[in-house]
Ligand binder design. Structure first.
Ligand code: GDP
Ligand code: MG
Length: 175
């Protein structure tokens, strides 16, 4: 429940990024606190809600996950419409997914919403031995493009709650 005097925010959050980067896994880690090693990329598609309570606000997230449409490297306009936050995910063990993440960021920028809270997520941080994208590369790109940057692992839960709390804080500040 919201504390007296605190704001109630309802925010649509969309996930972007190539197939296999761990978008669905991040959402399931956040919402269910679980990780699944094998996941059908077509399962999901989905729509999840989760509430986060901060001191200054209660944020109800409507989370839009893809059903594999990202395979075609573009998403329907309705997917983005009305989004308050967008999370672009790449996999640190795949340079291709990082290159593609930049394309997803460009697609977001084309939506032309200056108030959109944008985050670049470097997922699978547990795969250090297979790393193809240095932390600094992600950080630098994010900084140049006005995105918040964070490295996560849906597998170990590293920084997953932090990711969503940071978004909630930014939404609360902006509202
Ligand atoms: P999506 O296509 O972007 O939704 O990706 P999924 O969430 O379906 O994940 C694709 C595969 O990567 C699955 O086998 C997951 O178990 C695995 N995966 C997701 N996140 C991580 C992670 O942080 N670390 C590791 N090692 N594997 C992950
Ligand atoms: Mg998925």
């Amino acid at each position: 429940m919201a504390r007296t005097g605190s704001k109630n925010i309802n925010a649509k959050l969309v996930l972007l990024g190539d197939m296999g980067t761990g978008k669905t896994s991040l959402v399931l880690r956040f919402i269910k606190g679980q990780f699944f090693d094998y996941q059908e990329s077509t399962i999901g598609a989905a729509f999840f809600t989760q509430v986060l309570s901060l001191n200054e606000a209660t944020v109800k997230f409507d989370i839009w996950d893809t059903a594999g449409q990202e395979r075609y490297h573009s998403l329907a306009p309705m997917y983005y419409r009305g989004a308050a936050a967008a999370v672009v995910v790449y996999d640190i063990s795949s340079i291709d997914s990082f290159i593609r993440a930049k394309k997803w960021v460009q697609e977001l920028q084309r939506q032309g919403n200056p108030n959109l809270v944008m985050v670049l997520v470097a997922n699978k941080a547990d795969l250090e031995s297979k790393r193809e994208v240095e932390n600094e590369e992600g950080e630098k790109y994010a900084q140049e493009n006005g995105l918040f940057f964070i490295e996560t692992s849906a597998k170990t839960a590293q920084n997953v709650n932090e990711l969503f709390y940071e978004i909630a804080k930014r939404l609360a500040k902006a509202s």
